[in-house]
Design a protein around this ligand. Structure first.
Ligand SMILES: *[C@@H]1O[C@H](CO)[C@@H](O)[C@H](O)[C@H]1NC(C)=O
Ligand SMILES: *[C@@H]1O[C@H](CO)[C@@H](O)[C@H](O)[C@H]1NC(C)=O
Ligand SMILES: *[C@@H]1O[C@H](CO)[C@@H](O)[C@H](O)[C@H]1NC(C)=O
Ligand SMILES: *[C@@H]1O[C@H](CO)[C@@H](O)[C@H](O)[C@H]1NC(C)=O
Ligand SMILES: *[C@@H]1O[C@H](CO)[C@@H](O)[C@H](O)[C@H]1NC(C)=O
Length: 380
């Protein structure tokens, strides 16, 4: 299925056991990780038409615990990416509180050897969309957590928008071309369209078919953080293979606000999940999505959650890095809920949400408040 446009990057196995290892989730599955380049020969790059669109994805695949015969520590970010992220974080945070150098010392504990002869099972696919100008590598630990509950998770870079993308041949494409200006959404919509085409191409390469061609292999989910949440909805509006979406604390833009999700015969569900205080009372675009939903698609499943003690930065790896690096004393950036707890909550709720939306189970934890997860508030 993945054609010759595919390259496997050798995993960089770090020999020494470092001080900074992300906690390995203790779910029913261990997880393998590969990085791949995909080239869409049919499409000029939307930010640089002199070459075809080339993408990088990371793929996180569940492995039943007893089928994984070895785990390895794997470098979180190559040096060149870590240096760029250090610089971007220092500029963004406008403080010197960021511990420069820590990113290149972080490691993931992953399954690196699967028992030979094991039958390959397939798992439902979830796409993971990043924040604007943010490398996919900043979502690897979150992707590992989600994959450990039994989903294959694909994290996507979007070159020229993503801050830095390194390809297997050494080429680096820098981002920062899409200003985050709410007053002038033209460039943001252009970037959403690019993400939509990237995502549809990735689904083609993964062999996901349209329901009209093959109903049994036609349903994937899309989880997005920040701009990735807007990209999830924008993609669902056009590509009906994405039947379920989650927006973690992202602003929303574009035609979906007036169209809503779901079409006759093609149900689509959507979960808005904001940080504390960011909800459809405070955010007019979220409220507009609800109005559209209630007017045109009242039968489609949509809910809105909040997480007490969370902030915008709670929904990506930074919430774990904050613990590892001792940054918890700045709750405005990293929230009050620890990384371990955020991941525990996300594992449980995403497992149940996509269990419902992709495999036809009941609502599970999405049915209503649960005292085991008292941070989670049902807003709407
Ligand atoms: C566009 O891509 C070409 C390579 O095909 C590169 O030489 C050039 O610098 C790129 N332009 C921009 C603006 O990034
Ligand atoms: C976005 O990424 C570019 C390239 O890495 C960087 O120069 C710029 O500072 C970044 N912008 C923000 C707001 O982080
Ligand atoms: C956006 O518009 C509002 C209201 O006109 C203005 O107060 C704000 O400064 C503008 N923001 C930017 C980034 O231009
Ligand atoms: C998705 O976008 C493409 C390109 O604009 C268009 O040809 C296609 O009809 C759209 N599909 C749907 C289902 O809206
Ligand atoms: C929604 O946001 C508003 C404004 O930030 C806040 O006052 C309110 O408590 C929030 N509602 C919930 C249910 O979290």
């Amino acid at each position: 299925m993945l054609k010759n446009s595919l390259f496997l990057l050798a995993l960089v196995v770090v020999a020494v056991s470092g001080d900074y290892v992300f906690p390995e989730p203790d779910g029913p599955f261990r997880v393998t990780m590969t990085s791949e380049e995909l080239v869409d020969q049919a499409r000029p790059d939307p930010f640089n038409s002199s070459h075809p669109r080339r993408l990088m994805i990371s793929r996180f695949t569940p492995v039943p615990r007893k089928q994984c015969q070895k785990t390895c520590l794997v470098q979180y970010m190559p040096e060149v990416v870590a240096r760029e992220e250090d610089a971007n974080l220092l500029a963004f945070l406008k403080t010197d509180e960021w511990p420069v150098g820590i990113l290149s010392q972080l490691q993931l504990q992953l399954c690196c050897e699967v028992r030979p002869g094991c039958k390959k099972k397939s798992y439902p696919t979830l796409l993971l969309g990043t924040g604007l100008n943010t490398t996919r590598l900043f979502y690897s630990a979150m992707a590992q957590n989600i994959a450990s509950t039994g989903y294959e998770v694909i994290v996507m870079d979007h070159p020229y928008e993503t801050d830095i993308v390194q390809f297997p041949d050494g080429t680096i494409i820098y981002g920062g071309n899409v200003p985050a200006d709410k007053n002038s959404t033209g460039p943001l919509i252009h970037a959403l369209d690019a993400r939509l085409r990237d995502t549809s191409f990735i689904l083609n390469e993964l062999g996901v078919q349209y329901a009209t061609d093959n109903p049994s292999n036609s349903k994937v989910g899309f989880v997005g953080h920040s701009f990735g949440g807007a990209a999830a909805a924008h993609t669902m509006l056009n590509d009906t293979r994405v039947v379920a979406g989650v927006n973690f604390d992202g602003l929303m833009f574009g035609p979906v606000l007036n169209a809503g999700l779901g079409r006759p015969g093609i149900p689509q569900s959507f979960l808005l999940w904001g940080s504390e205080g960011h909800n459809s009372t405070a955010d007019t675009a979220w409220d507009q999505l609800w109005e559209t939903h209630d007017s045109y698609h009242p039968g489609e499943w949509m809910k809105e959650l909040s997480m007490k003690g969370s902030v915008h930065g709670s929904f990506w790896d930074m919430v774990l890095i904050a613990d590892v690096a001792g940054l918890r004393e700045n709750p405005s950036l990293y929230g009050e809920v620890t990384g371990a707890r955020v991941m525990e909550i996300l594992r449980a709720y995403l497992r149940d949400y996509f269990g419902m939306a992709l495999t036809g189970k009941g609502e599970g934890l999405l049915a209503g408040p649960d005292s085991k997860y008292s941070e989670v508030v049902f807003v709407r």
